[in-house]
Write a protein that binds this ligand. Sequence first.
Ligand code: SF4
Length: 385
Amino acid sequence: MACWRRFRSPIKIVIFNAMSLGLYIHIPFCHSRCPYCDFAFVVGQTHLAKRYTNAVIVELQHRMQSARSAFNTLYFGGGTPSAIPPRQLARILARVKNAVSPDAEITAEVNPNDHAHFEKLREHGINRLSLGIQAFVDRTLKALGRFHTASEATAACHAARTAGFENISIDLMFGAPGQTCEEWDTSLQRAIDLCPEHISVYGLTIEPHTNFARRLQKGQLDLPIETDQAAMYLRAIDQLESAGYAQYEISNFARPGFASRHNRKYWRDRAYLGVGMGAHSYLDNRRFWNTHDLMAYIQRVEAGGEACDRAETLTPTQRAIERVMLGLRQRRGLRANFSRHPKIRKHYLAMAKRDLIEQIDDRIRLTRRGLLLADWVCAELVRDL
Ligand code: SF4
């Protein structure tokens, strides 16, 4: 673990010609608490949406010293950005308008049940929707504690198209309690039939301190066995690729030209600014992040313009480790010369021998088998750094 230290001095960004900078805005409000979620979110607090938006705008002003074009991607994540009135997102967009390039990818994560907001979101300039659907099978949705049904999920996809979105992403989740491989196939096929430009596929992970973690501990969570979870993931790769979606990252698939420009910054070691409760930033080799407490965030920004909790400057070694860990998540992999590093070579050869990693031309990437053990393979490669 890095050496954390309390961050005290304010961080401002001076924007020169940083046309590849990403801007992330965190909207923490959710309608309900999903039993597997450990994100930074709050429930039952939407009455604070306007005051929170005011704070986000103040933090943006504080961070940006210049309003010249800088951001080529903007991402409203959460939480659930569609849980608050679209006019609040419009106010944030108006504030950054002059700093966003005209061809920017502007994404909002949305809940299927908020489809009444989609038209307004499009009108306000958002050009990409990321729909948190998770499944097109009612039994799976119920097991995941989601409040929408499969038919509402389908209706939300149609509503997004009707609202004018030409870049739609659907999130699906496998490994849900009680989920069968056939049910997973149904969700995948339904997603493919709806022809979104992008599909993300995540395996359920049980995070500490969540409702699912407690149920698992008590033996009350009937998760699919590991071989079924692996089969679900490999079926996703096969079905999506044969339907024309290229896998460009471990969990992400896109039609040509529709890979997420914003998320790719995270895997390619690019700079981004995060604003809002719990938001993380990565600028000038430095990471810093805001408090995870909603009222603390609002009050600190109201008092002083920012609510940064901690920061760290990455050492060259930390940076090298992150480049390997993040770079190998991408299907294009990493330049092969990294494997010649004296502290990596031995582990690289061992992984290659076990058919977990492969070289194609001048790049190295995880094999199909390696994808199933990605975290472990990446950690092994950098263990001596
Ligand atoms: S809607 Fe998303 S952010 Fe909110 S609780 Fe559910 S998974 Fe977490």
